[in-house]
Ligand binder design. Structure first.
Ligand SMILES: [Zn+2]
Length: 288
């Protein structure tokens, strides 16, 4: 397929569309793992082609544990993207990370339970390195773009990804704080692992909506307050997309582009042919 996009953007709670940019069209992509959460909006942002995919679907009808993460990542890769900027609404676990602040985490702790977290298996074994789960090159570019826009932003934080859909208990929230984690959400895993397996650069921009339930002196959080914060965060996210995307050059000097080079263990002669065919759609240089 002819390359249609350079960059993938995944929107989370509150961010279901992009606007204020030149929208070229919309495309439905079929992958060997099924259909992604919704049609992908293609936009030209100052010369860089971006594909926008709302993780929960437009209208928010897919829960975090129901998302087909494999088809979401595969669809962006099939369209030609090798970089993904993900957005996610998060709860804050630290006093200094205030509602409406943005966070670029550099670490993650997996508290999910029932999700398919790999493209491999079914006759082809691979183990990717995931010690540093996010692309450091994207991290730096996001920081520059956010600072230009004066968006309050924190770095070097650990993200907890929990199963949900219910929020944490107070005991869990205090436990995560004792681990020095900064923010909590329900959707960055397995998204980040799958992007790494597809050799895509991936970074998540966390948008704080409230303090998780640990903060007992906080005034009672109402749905109205949270929705208000989601909308304000979405406005900042849209401004950030316009600033950041033109900075994402095609040249990648990070290790993300070689994540699979030494990861596949299975003897090529023993690799399952059906699985090879599926993997060829996202990793043609290794499975042809
Ligand atoms: Zn990278």
């Amino acid at each position: 397929m002819k390359q249609k996009i350079d960059v993938g953007i995944i929107g989370g709670s509150g961010l279901y569309q992009i606007d204020g940019v030149n929208i070229i069209g919309e495309i439905k992509v079929k992958t060997p793992w099924g259909m992604p959460s919704d049609a992908i909006t293609i936009a030209d942002i100052y010369g860089v082609k971006a594909g926008f995919l709302p993780r929960h679907g437009r209208g928010h009808f897919i829960l975090p544990h129901e998302i087909n993460y494999r088809s979401n990542i595969a669809s962006l890769k099939i369209l030609g993207a090798d970089q993904v900027i993900a957005f996610s609404a998060v709860g804050s676990l630290k006093e200094r990370i205030k509602p409406l602040d943005f966070v670029i985490p550099n670490q993650i702790i997996d508290r999910t339970k029932s999700r398919i977290s790999t493209f491999f298996g079914e006759g082809i074994a691979a183990h990717i390195a995931f010690a540093d789960p996010f692309c450091n090159r994207l991290h730096e570019l996001i920081l520059v773009a956010a600072q230009k826009l004066n968006i309050p932003i924190h770095t070097n934080e650990t993200l907890i990804c929990m199963e949900g859909p219910a929020f944490s208990t107070r005991a869990e929230s205090h436990l995560y704080r004792s681990w020095q984690a900064g923010v909590i959400n329900m959707s960055t895993l397995p998204e980040a692992k799958l992007a790494r397996e597809a050799e895509m650069c991936y970074a998540v921009i966390c948008m704080s909506t409230d303090y998780d339930c640990w903060k007992e002196d906080e005034e009672h959080v109402t749905v109205e307050m949270v929705v208000n914060n989601l909308n304000k965060n979405a406005a900042n996210a849209k401004a950030l997309i316009k600033e950041l995307v033109p900075m994402l050059t095609k040249e990648r000097d990070c290790m993300c582009k070689e994540a699979i080079k030494y990861a596949v263990i299975t003897d090529p002669k023993k690799q399952n042919a059906k699985q090879k065919k599926k993997l060829k759609t996202i990793l043609p240089q290794y499975f042809s």
